[in-house]
Design a protein around this ligand. Structure first.
Ligand code: AMP
Length: 452
């Protein structure tokens, strides 16, 4: 992601527990939407933010809101919330709540999620004593209000995230019904990737003299990076990685794998080939992660292998190469990954390995960045997208069966693990593999996104 060099987080004067959490996340420089939005929100203004996922918009609203809650602590009233965040999907809602909890981890605040697709009982209980922050999808929120589990009369701040998508998904009536139950004296923050007329009309009805901030779409971050695809067989990836790391002039390489297990395996393989590498992922302790990052920063270890989630918040200058050992199934993740290079005005190189089952992911990525990435190939042919899409459909059962080749138990286990981490939602980040989501519903990302 491109970041502004003008402001540091401590210039905002946010409450100390918040800046401490940001430092722990290695956030140093605010993104443009954060730089522009945070002072306006802190000043109490209503806001229209035109920004996509991947621009740092969640922190742009979460940080000033947390700061407000920290400055004016209040015991929660039963069945109420002080901050209401509406988002179109379960996945995005979970990701937003996760961000509030991460940035607010040193504050004594309560927060919960109200999303469809899971039983209401737990959500009713979580709201019983009231919460500071509630993140919800519109349908479930209305169900909770209608069953008297929640009252909206105490809401001080309303955030509407991905408004254009909400309208596309037919939530307009639910949103109007919710807004009608909110106090008129509130702060409203309205985020949308695009502003077609009906979104503009909705904003006009909900906001009072809003300030406006807009940032360039996520796809443009890819422009300064030399990108390359290498088509390969899956089994050839380990040797290909060694070859690439030896052939390229590398200052620092960040290698992405889809799974934690995959990251460890890559590190072991590189070790056997005499290339020092470290992995960071969710199974590593904070100490191990910090050590790995410190060694990478200092240049002692030049190859860091990471999963998407672990790579959040990695802010290391001088990454010359990003290597996608596995292609991400969410195209926005590709842009986030390659944005780890080409920081601070430098150019970077992104090399992605693409096996037959990842061809559909590649199509999605190229559609998002509106570019065909130059490709070289070890496989004779790129499979037709439709056939590839069928092979790569994110279902645990879909891939292995019909290939005319028996897989070993170990291979089957790996594939299960990999596909369990594939989230079906097209945007909304990598929430499917967030520990938080897996803790709550026990099934992670396997189910189709349900807005209610
Ligand atoms: P969002 O657009 O809110 O989904 O954020 C995209 C990604 O950027 C998330 O993984 C955030 O954790 C990360 N992020 C947001 N703001 C910053 C920042 N100022 N510095 C580094 N990473 C950030």
């Amino acid at each position: 992601m491109k970041v502004s060099l003008l402001t540091k987080f401590h210039d905002f004067g946010l409450a100390e527990p918040i800046t401490r959490a940001l430092a722990q996340e290695n956030y140093v420089t605010p993104t443009p939407i954060q730089r522009d939005a945070i002072p306006l929100v802190r000043a109490g203004r209503d806001l229209i933010g035109i920004a996509q996922t991947g621009t740092g918009k969640t922190a742009a609203f979460a940080l000033p809101i947390l700061d407000r809650l920290a400055a004016r602590p209040k015991p929660s009233e039963k069945k109420t919330c002080r901050v209401l965040v509406l988002s179109p999907t379960r996945e995005l809602s979970g990701q937003i709540l996760d961000s509030f909890r991460t940035y607010g981890r040193h504050l004594r605040l309560t927060s919960t999620l109200a999303i469809g697709g899971v039983s209401m009982g737990k959500q009713v209980r979580a709201l019983m004593h009231g919460v500071d922050v509630l993140v919800a999808t519109p349908g479930r929120l209305l169900d909770l209000v209608r069953s008297n589990a929640l009252r909206l009369g105490q809401v001080e701040v309303l955030v509407l995230d991905e408004a254009d998508r909400m309208l596309d998904m037919g939530f307009i009536h639910d949103i109007r019904a919710i807004v009608a139950k909110l106090p008129v004296a509130r702060q409203t923050l309205f985020f949308s990737a695009t502003m077609p007329r009906e979104v503009e009309t909705l904003a006009g009805q909900m906001l009072r003299e809003p300030a406006r901030v807009a940032v360039t779409p996520v796809a443009s971050t890819a422009e300064r990076i030399a990108q390359r695809i290498i088509h390969t067989e899956r089994a050839a990836k380990p040797a290909l990685l060694v070859e690439v790391l030896k052939a390229e002039h590398i200052d620092r390489a960040l290698v992405f794998t889809r799974t934690k297990h995959g990251a460890d395996k890559v590190v072991r393989g590189l070790g056997h080939a005499g290339i020092a590498a470290q992995a960071i992922h969710g199974n590593k302790s904070q100490g191990q992660r910090e050590r790995a990052l410190a060694e990478f920063r200092s240049g002692r270890v030049r190859t860091l292998v990471a999963t998407d989630i672990a790579a959040r918040g990695i802010d290391v200058d001088g990454i010359s190469h990003v290597i996608n050992y596995d292609l991400p199934n969410i195209p926005e993740s590709y842009v986030h990954r390659i944005g780890r290079t080409a920081r601070a005005g430098a150019d970077g190189i992104a090399i992605s390995f693409c096996d037959a089952e990842e061809a559909a992911f590649l199509c999605d990525i190229e559609k998002l960045i509106r570019t065909t990435i130059p490709a070289t190939g070890r496989r004779a042919q790129r499979p037709a997208p439709r056939a590839a899409a069928q092979q790569a459909a994110p279902k645990a059962e879909s891939a292995p069966a019909s290939r005319g080749r028996k897989r070993s138990r170990q291979q089957r286990r790996e594939r299960r693990e990999e596909y369990a981490n594939v989230a079906p939602a097209k945007s909304g980040g990598d929430i499917g593999s967030l520990p938080f989501m897996q803790r709550r519903d026990g099934r992670g990302a396997r189910r189709a996104p349900s807005p209610r």
